[in-house]
Ligand binder design. Structure first.
Ligand code: C5P
Length: 401
């Protein structure tokens, strides 16, 4: 068998479902592909498959308890979390999924999940009614929004003898997903990617500003996905309430369009790809008052606004061989307007956010986009999570390289 996973460190999490018997076969496939695998099993998992089998197949003692029974030695979930290049939880029961969502770290598996710096894949397995339950579906959606990759269960006969969706995906298919992850992981290695995200705030006085509803979620998802593909990422973020997790992301927080332009020009100098997803304010107050503007002073007031620099157009002028990607949010004639922007700003691709679709837009976890390239070809995608949309955008950018 080809050594597609040579040198890769994989934590295989096993929970208490009937499908745990298939985990032994998955483990064997991972080992045969060259991976080093550390099995972490929940107490219930051990009722379905013995640690002796798993230890023999992996060549390593299985981790289950916080402390080793005979020596009292503490098993460090932190070390395991740092060691892993990928964590695969297969099968994942409804209970473990629920604990992962809410951070109930009462066993080694969930504790390791919370410490894992690596990508995480989850292959759920449960009875059809448990899978269809709103609670499970809500938890799955939350895990996806947290960046966890879900390997959807298949349909067929279940352990309960009922037929429906809930069967854990076959080990061969899980292996294929694992291989695809490591292949993709290197697709942007050596590249420097600049991402702008979020709104900008333009100060009126020390306590007021002009802003917009951009959450920054789309740009942050792009930054995480680019880093997951091996890129060094500079994320220039307006005021947002989001965190980054990947160590390859350098985050620079800014407030105004001018600050964003300054940082974007700096980072652009040695970048390969710039993706401008920020909702930059088009205008800023001509001057910012030094002290709070008092209400009693005036019945009404006029704010004098001046045009902000266009970051995309500025970078477009000095583009060279870099790839420059912009976003367009349009209320009418979206395709025509976006295509015009692509030309005017000298972009290689523009991402058109559909405002028609209720699943797209500000502060949502989902988005629906159409990508238009400089050669005037376009590709429309269905509504997906922002992380999946980020993957689609980067797949298309990689084809432009
Ligand atoms: O012209 P419009 O604002 O619709 O263009 C949107 C695209 O241009 C986005 O990629 C946005 O990040 C970028 N932009 C910019 N600087 C501005 C305005 C928009 O970089 N001042």
């Amino acid at each position: 068998m080809e050594q597609t996973l040579k040198g890769k460190h994989i934590v295989l999490g096993i929970t208490g479902g009937i499908a745990a018997y298939k985990s032994a076969y998955l483990l064997r496939l991972l080992i045969k592909a060259g991976a080093e695998v550390q099995v972490v099993i929940t107490p219930n998992g051990k009722e379905f498959i013995t640690p002796a089998t798993l230890a023999a197949l992996s060549g390593k003692p299985v981790v289950s308890e916080f402390f080793a029974a005979n020596t009292g030695e503490w098993h460090s979930h932190v070390d395991l979390g740092l060691w892993s290049d990928l964590m695969v939880i297969a099968p994942a029961t409804a209970s473990t999924i629920g604990k992962m969502v809410s951070g109930v770290a009462d066993n080694m598996l969930v504790t390791t999940y919370l410490s894992a710096k690596s990508h995480v894949m989850v292959a759920p397995a449960m009875d059809l009614d448990m899978w269809a339950h709103p609670s499970t579906q809500r938890n799955i959606a939350t895990l996806m929004a947290d960046g966890v990759e879900i390997i959807q269960p298949g349909s067929g006969e279940l352990a309960s003898h009922l037929t429906g969706k809930g069967r854990m995906e076959e080990p061969e298919e899980i292996l294929r997903r694992v291989e695809a992850f490591f292949k993709k992981k290197e697709s942007l290695s050596g590249k420097h990617v600049v991402v702008t995200a979020g709104p900008t705030y333009e100060n009126i006085d020390p306590v007021r500003f002009i802003g917009n509803y951009s959450s920054g979620k789309m740009g942050f998802a792009i930054a995480e996905e680019a880093a997951a593909r091996g890129a060094r990422v500079t994320l220039i973020a307006g005021p947002v309430a989001l965190q980054t997790s990947h160590p390859a992301i350098e985050r620079i927080d800014v407030r105004s369009a001018r600050e964003m332009l300054h940082q974007a020009e700096n980072a652009f100098a040695d970048c390969d790809i710039a993706i401008l997803s920020a909702a930059v304010a088009d205008y800023a107050p001509a001057e910012c008052a030094d002290s709070k503007i008092k209400r009693e002073k005036t019945d009404g007031m006029t704010l004098q606004l001046v045009k902000n620099p266009d970051i995309a157009a500025t970078l477009g002028k000095e583009k060279g061989s870099r790839i420059l990607v912009g976003f367009a949010l349009e209320t009418d004639h979206e395709m025509e307007n976006a295509a015009r922007k692509l030309i005017n700003k000298n972009l290689d691709m523009i991402v058109v956010n559909s405002l028609q679709n209720p699943l797209a837009g500000f502060n949502k976890d989902t988005n629906q986009v159409t990508l238009i390239k400089a050669d005037n070809t376009s590709k429309a995608f269905p509504a997906k999570t922002k992380r999946e949309v980020a993957a689609d955008i980067l797949d298309e950018i990689e084809k432009l390289k």
